[in-house]
Design a protein around this ligand. Structure first.
Ligand code: 5GP
Length: 200
């Protein structure tokens, strides 16, 4: 199963999903490719696969991405082959991607479950963006402006989670994953096995 998590930047979605995959069996986070340079203590192959813009464009032209988008002037993409490999291996995969990327996945009719994470309020988001002080004033303003546009996309998703408290939010997201795994359509083959033991 493919899960897509989107949220405006500064909502804490990466921390949330990192926690979520730690506490949920058979769930892994996809590692995106990006043309943006590493920030702070980010590590190649851990936080992102950092590649040059030219290499990214080459990969995009070769159709290697399930989706890709230009976010704040940098390119970000989900590798189709890597995502498929995890899914074939029996794990569920979470993509932490922006609203444009989610739309591209939806447009291809790739089955997935969308989760939108909202901050408790615009004011809290602003405080968080200023607090992490990774960006200059211009960048913060740009992120806030994009956030204003992105939050209105929440209705395109299947679930909405408000990140008011980290632990609670992780719990809600795990609840969503477990509930999705228990849906009748997904459980039918396993249920049939159990029913087989009843010799019905
Ligand atoms: P940041 O540069 O702060 O790590 O990420 C900026 C934005 O890019 C975030 O909204 C993040 O969700 C989005 N993003 C990260 N990876 C991908 C990806 O593979 N595809 C798309 N469409 N967006 C991504």
């Amino acid at each position: 199963m493919l899960f897509i998590v989107s949220a405006p930047s500064g909502t804490g979605k990466t921390t949330l999903v990192e926690r979520l995959v730690k506490v949920t069996d058979h769930l892994r986070m996809s590692r995106s490719y990006t043309s943006r340079p590493p920030r702070g203590d980010e590590v190649h192959g851990v936080d992102y696969n950092f590649v040059s813009r030219a290499r990214f464009e080459q990969m995009a032209a070769a159709g290697e991405f399930l989706e890709w988008a230009d976010v704040f002037g940098n390119l970000y993409g989900t590798h189709a082959g890597e995502t498929d490999k995890y899914l074939q291996g029996g794990d569920d995969v979470v993509l932490v991607i922006d609203v444009q990327g989610a739309r591209k996945v939806r447009a291809q009719n790739v089955p997935h479950v969308g989760i939108f994470v909202l901050p408790p309020s615009f004011q809290v988001l602003e405080q968080r963006l200023r607090g992490r002080s990774k960006d200059n004033e211009d960048a913060i303003r740009r992120r806030l402006q994009v956030a204003r546009e992105e939050v209105s996309a929440f209705e395109e998703y299947n679930y909405v989670v408000i990140n008011d408290a980290l632990d609670l939010c992780v719990e809600r997201m795990k609840g969503i994953v477990l509930a999705e795994r228990s849906k009748l359509a997904r459980m039918r083959p396993k249920a049939a096995q159990v029913l087989g033991t009843f010799e019905l």
